[in-house]
Design a protein around this ligand. Structure first.
Ligand code: PLP
Length: 384
């Protein structure tokens, strides 16, 4: 006898796992695959951080920490925000990745049927997290005219009495676009005026190329900010992130964290203490430059091939491209491209339903050499 929760019916798998599965099978047959579907840096964790992790193990740091995390790490994270809007260390909650932070927030905020506004396209887990905690995700179609982001106006238009929260991601996955600072200020005011809660996912904040965007904390200390050691710090597998919590929610978040995770990985927390060392930051900044160079190569190269990418993304490591010049079934296009050329990309349907059949995502978390080779292969494929 198997019992299954109804919520399973509303949770979609990652279609890209299908692509990855086929890619792995091709590799097992000895074929060359260029991975442009992957959502994590190709760089390893900086050596200093790895050594700190090993050291933590050797020192016996293998017990639980406090639910909110190591005090020293919370302090270091608070310190890296600009002085003018720095949160207090007590507002920083260490979590198992941004994923853990997002789940804490939704667990703290949502009653059955409460709506959360977000973008379509957007990071796929968001809608599933909202559903898991009983809420109702409202995915608002966005296009290039608003840099694929929500605006104060679109939030007002979609507001009703069931909306509890608005979730933004800047830079965004899958589009890499950033919300302009003045618009972010308007959004903060609008959501507060409507009596809602604003959650901003700043996981790609370290990866902005030129014109550093400040945190949303610049505009208000009464918002939830999600961040992580995964992307800029190159620590995806360590499963460590953080949440900046409005002080009023701290006791709620703390009791949820105790119950949901007990604590985040102790070893990862000790290792993460070293990411703020100047030599590590220098290495990470070099990596950021490398990502920018890759974007600056891949963006014009894809446009020249006929993919439409209306705005130059300012961050993350993704290009969200309209492929309707070649196909109106982006999933079939992705599979054909993989099978005929060995280039793996992500189909639009992983990020929502709006225009997803005419869009694909390219990740440039791969070397320039591989990006060049991928462009050559795609050119041949499109010429056939
Ligand atoms: C926008 C966004 N938020 C959150 C996450 C989850 O990241 P983490 O590894 O910190 O759990 C990702 C991962 O791809 C992401 O793209």
């Amino acid at each position: 006898m198997t019992h299954r929760a109804d919520r399973l019916k509303t949770i979609q798998p990652f279609y890209v796992m299908d692509v990855l599965g086929r890619a792995k099978a091709m590799e097992a047959e000895g074929k060359s695959v260029i991975h442009l579907e992957i959502g994590e840096p190709d760089f390893p964790t900086p050596a200093v951080v790895v050594q700190a992790g090993i050291h933590a193990l050797e020192q016996g740091h293998t017990h639980y920490t406090a639910a909110l995390g190591l005090a020293a790490l919370r302090e270091r994270i608070a310190q890296q925000y600009a002085k003018s809007y720095r949160p207090s260390a007590s507002q920083i909650v260490i979590t198992p990745g941004a994923s853990g932070a997002l789940q804490l927030v939704f667990a703290a905020l949502l009653n059955a049927g409460d709506k959360v506004l977000m973008t379509d396209p957007g990071y796929p887990c968001n809608r599933n997290f909202v559903t898991l905690y009983g809420g109702a995700p409202v995915a608002i179609p966005v296009q290039a005219d608003t840099a694929y982001q929500l605006t104060a106006d679109s939030i007002k238009r979609h507001w009703d009495s069931d909306v509890r929260a608005v979730l933004l991601a800047s830079p965004s996955n899958p589009t890499g676009t950033v919300i302009a600072d003045d618009e972010l200020g308007r959004i903060v005011e609008t959501v507060a005026g409507l009596g809602g809660v604003l959650i901003v996912d700043e996981i790609y904040h370290g990866l902005i190329y030129g014109g550093d965007a400040g945190s949303v904390l610049k505009h208000s200390n009464n918002v939830f900010v999600v961040n992580s050691f995964s992307k800029y710090y190159g620590m995806t597998g360590w499963r460590l992130g953080w949440l900046v919590t409005p002080s009023a929610y701290l006791p709620d978040i703390e009791k949820l964290a105790q119950n949901m995770f007990i604590a985040s990985s102790t070893i990862a927390q000790h290792a993460a203490l070293t990411v703020f060392e100047p030599e590590v930051i220098q290495e990470l900044e070099q990596r950021r430059d490398t990502f920018r160079q890759r974007r600056d190569y891949l963006l014009p190269a894809l446009r020249e091939l006929g993919f439409e990418i209306p705005i130059k993304p300012q961050g993350a490591f993704y290009l969200y491209a309209d492929c309707q010049a070649f196909s109106k079934d982006s999933f079939a296009f992705v599979i054909q491209l993989l099978e005929q050329t060995g280039v793996a990309i992500t189909p639009g349907r992983d990020f929502g339903v709006y225009q997803s059949e005419t869009h694909v995502r390219f990740s440039y978390a791969n070397t320039l050499e591989h990006l060049r080779e991928a462009v050559q292969r795609i050119r041949h494929f499109l010429q056939k």
